[in-house]
Every structure is written in C-alpha cells, then in structure tokens.
Design a protein around this ligand. Sequence first.
Ligand code: HEC
Length: 421
Amino acid sequence: MRFILTGMVFAAVASAQQPPPTFYKEVLPILQSHCQECHRPGEIAPMALMTYEQTRPWAKAIKANVLSGKMPPWPADAHFGKFANDRSLTRPEIDTLAAWADSGAAEGRAKDAPPARTFVDGWNIPKPDMVVRMPEAFAVPAKGAVEYQYIVIPSGFTEDKWVQAIEVRPSNRAVVHHAVVFLREPGSRWLAGAKTGVPFAPEVSSAQERMMNTGGGGSDILTTYTPGMVPDQWQPGQARLIKAGTDFVFQIHYTANGTAGPDQTSMGLVFAKEPPKQRIVSVNAANRMFRIPAGDPDYSAQATYTVRAPMTLVNLFPHLHLRGKAFQYDVIYPDGRTDTILKVDKWDLNWQLSYTLAQPLTLEPGTRIRATAWWDNSANNPANPDPKAEVGWGEQSWEEMLVAFMNVAVDPNVSLRNGPR
Ligand code: HEC
C-alpha cells in the first residue's frame, strides 16, 4: 500500500510540473505522422488538420476518436504481427492529444513547430512517371446496384517495365467502393474483343464465368484501391513487372450513394530506378464454397494457400464484405509450427487496409498460409443488410467473399506458371 501511495504522489507531482501540451510542440508532430495523409485538402477525410486554426475546433472530437481507437483507422489486433505501415498511435501519443484537449488546446509558440510535412500535390507516392487515366468517365447512378465495371486500357509499353510505386485515385471517391487493376498480358483471352477505354459490365453466361472475371481471368493483380489504404511502394530492389504489350484492366466496384455523378479514376506509376533483385507478384487463398446460415452471429470458414516455390511474404490484404467480423492469417510451417501473423478483430468494410510486414517472411515450399474468416450474420451486426438471408459468395456487398490476398517477392527469373499461383 505504501508503495502504491508513493507512486501516486510521484505521478501527481510529475503531471503538475509538466506544462500542458501545445499545438506546435507536441500535437503537430503527431498530426503530421499519423493524420495528415488523410486530413489534408483533397484527401479522404472531411476536414484538414494542417494548421492550428483548422485543428483547434476539433480538439474534443480528436480526443474522443483517438481514445475510442476509431482514429487513426487501423483495425489490426496489436497482439499479432508488426507492420511497417502501422499508423496506430502509442499510448503516450494518445495521452498527449487527450491532455491537449483537456487543457484548453493551447497554440504555443510557432517556433516550436516541426518543419511542415511535404506532400506531392495530389499523390501519396513520389511524383508518378506515368499517369494512366480512364479515357471516359463512368456515370454512376444515384441508386440501385451497379455491376462491376471493367475498363481496358492498353499500356502502350513496347518494352518490359518495372514499377516501384503505384497509386490509384478515383476522381469521385464517394462512389468508388474499391478498384482492382489487373495486368492482362499479351496472349490472354480474358475479355477478348472488349472495346478499349470504355467502361462496361461483361456479359456472362454462368456464375463460373462471373467469378472468373472477378478474379481477373488469371491475370496478375497490379494493385488494389480501397479508401484509406496506403498505396503500394516496394523496397529498393523490389518491383512489379509489367510486360511489353500489357493491357491494364481496371475493375471498379461503384456504389450508388444517393447522388449521381461521374468518376474518372487514374493510376500513377513510378518506375524502378534500378534493376530489380526481386519481383513482386500477388497470390491469394480464397474460399468460394461457404454458406453463412441466416442469423448466425459467429460463422467461420477457412482458405489455404500452399507455397510451392521459395518466396518472401511482403504484405497482406484480407477481404470480406458487410457481414465480416474478424480475419486471421496463420503461417503453418512444414515442421508443423504455427504463427498468427495478422488478426483483424474489428472488421469494418469502410477500412479495408493492406498490412505490410515489418519483417518480410521467407517461406519455404510446403509452408501453408491459412486464412480464417468470421462473419456476424445476426441482427446485432449494424452493417448486416439482411440477417434473414443465408449468404454465399458474390460480388456485391450484400453477398460475401473470403479472400486472403498476399503480395510476395520472388526471384525475377522464376517461372510463375507452377510457382506462386
Ligand atoms: C486513413 C485516413 C485517415 C487517417 C490516417 C486519419 N483519419 Fe480521421 N477521418 C478519416 C475519415 C475518412 C473520416 C470521416 C469518416 C469517419 O469518421 O469514418 C475521419 C474522421 C475523423 C474525425 C471525426 C470527424 C467528425 O465528423 O466527427 C476526427 C476527430 C478525426 N478523424 C481525427 C483524426 C486524427 C486525430 C487522426 C490522426 C491521429 C486521424 N483522424 C487519422 C480518415 C483518416
């Protein structure tokens, strides 16, 4: 008891001596490193947090949102895995923002401010060497389901190109639920005959054919866009290959939100400055067979990917829809050891993020990656569009998916035919 009392006295003295945090000295550095990527003009957040004048009115809301863990968005469970793009706040950072709000949100002295963080206007990657833009806008209706739109855009590359960083930017973020860019290589028959540059929903004669289109007809995924995702930027020496003659195929899931309007998405590419030592490719574990019973609050299913060629696991992108509840990646080594490398325990379709491993994992053939998904199909899930429905695989948000996407680094000369896929 004495010890505890002494500790409390020290704590009280320490906080009494510490002057309350000020905007320039303690708060701005946190905003720069954790908030401004989204809270600046032209980005996804509703208000900018760049200056004192912009931030001051939000002091109480900032405190509430960081204490509840709602901001910055980072739904991963901190007990599993370490991620290079982890944007969550440390306890002292949370305490600083809360203390700032509680002590009257003082401005402090401008000379204490860190240098302003610089951004490339309009991009979160270095200035792109090439920008690929939908040649025509797609007119998103005010309401109703919109089928996935496909836009074939020839790269025009006459030689192979290696790409170091990629960012997809919708012109109308409010209606773009997600976008995937596939690399349709020369010789692919996928969406053969499609008119280039014009958004269209392919005609399909079976559920299988629709599923094949959803998956890109066997094409590699160049990148995926979801709101709030940190754009892909590979380490020096790692890059994605875009072969000469490749067509980009944008697959965009538009969602009507009450206001009709056009979208014309673009993609910025930064080419590698040096010859790559490793090629980045995407692989995935998917389960298309599950049926989630109506009303089930905790239904679970799994999917497994087996490693066939040596590879390094670089990042993870779990994908579920509205009934998603949690998602976990486990690595099962050939000797039977199992490691949980990611657990997203607060699944939120608004924050589908990609998780870049702080320590990339070298995987030997025979290793398995097991993805486990949990869904809440009960009325207690506020996002559930219909607790009375049994739900299986489908493209729309009121249907479900279970896909564990992964980017892996492989030897650039390895044949992908029997390898990563
Ligand atoms: C990945 C992008 C992103 C990051 C990073 C981010 N925010 Fe946000 N923030 C948003 C978006 C989008 C909204 C509005 C939608 C929502 O509330 O989910 C929002 C909403 C908020 C709100 C609530 C506004 C309201 O209307 O009540 C506050 C406060 C806030 N953010 C503070 C912060 C702070 C502080 C940080 C950094 C510690 C931060 N955010 C980091 C995207 C982001």
